[in-house]
Write a protein that binds this ligand. Sequence first.
Ligand code: HEM
Ligand code: HEM
Length: 163
Amino acid sequence: MSQFLRQGYSGAQIGLHWVIALLVLFQLIFGESMGAVDRAIARGETPDATDQFLAGAHYWVGIAILVLVALRVLMRVVQGAPEPVGSGLQLKAAKIIHAVFYLLLIAVPVTGLLAVYVNEEIGEVHEIGKPLFIAVIVLHALGALFHHFKLKDDTLRRMFVPR
Ligand code: HEM
Ligand code: HEM
């Protein structure tokens, strides 16, 4: 990832952070419809209409996440990003969490696409993304709230106010 440092995030970077966060939550909450449709078809039944709609949404929202993350990585390289606040172990933990996020944001949609177009069994790998995403989101959100309410630094504010 680029080491070009800036004071804060740009408005576009902040917008992308929150749009991607909402889309990922949608995928985690409604993803099971994808498997439900597959199972109904395998049994020779007509899939539930809501599951069909949500499975269609899962496909396109997942692809949108991949495109938006590519844009975000490009923007980070071109515009730079601020160094996480803190030092030592805390700084290292924030950097690792951010790197794991970028890894999941690319690997999870790619394994979803591979499950659809190459081999259904890759769906098993894709599904591991769910607990991993939940664990990283919880750690990340707790970290952001800890910075804001306990350390009382600028971390959370800069994901709302462009600089
Ligand atoms: C699916 C949900 C989320 C994802 C995928 C996500 C992803 C990320 C990533 C990759 C970064 C690093 C940005 C960079 O420097 O390139 C970041 C930063 C940040 N996120 Fe999230 N995030 C999510 C949810 C949240 C939530 C719920 C909060 C608040 C409670 C939050 C607060 C922040 C803050 C404050 C930063 C800036 C950290 C810093 O400046 O060091 N994020 N997020
Ligand atoms: C960041 C993006 C994505 C997230 C967070 C995500 C998350 C999920 C979740 C939580 C499930 C249900 C897992 C379970 O039932 O335990 C699921 C299933 C599935 N997703 Fe995604 N997904 C994403 C992108 C995609 C994309 C882009 C595709 C394909 C175009 C896709 C295809 C599938 C398929 C085929 C299943 C069913 C897997 C199976 O039953 O074996 N996903 N996904």
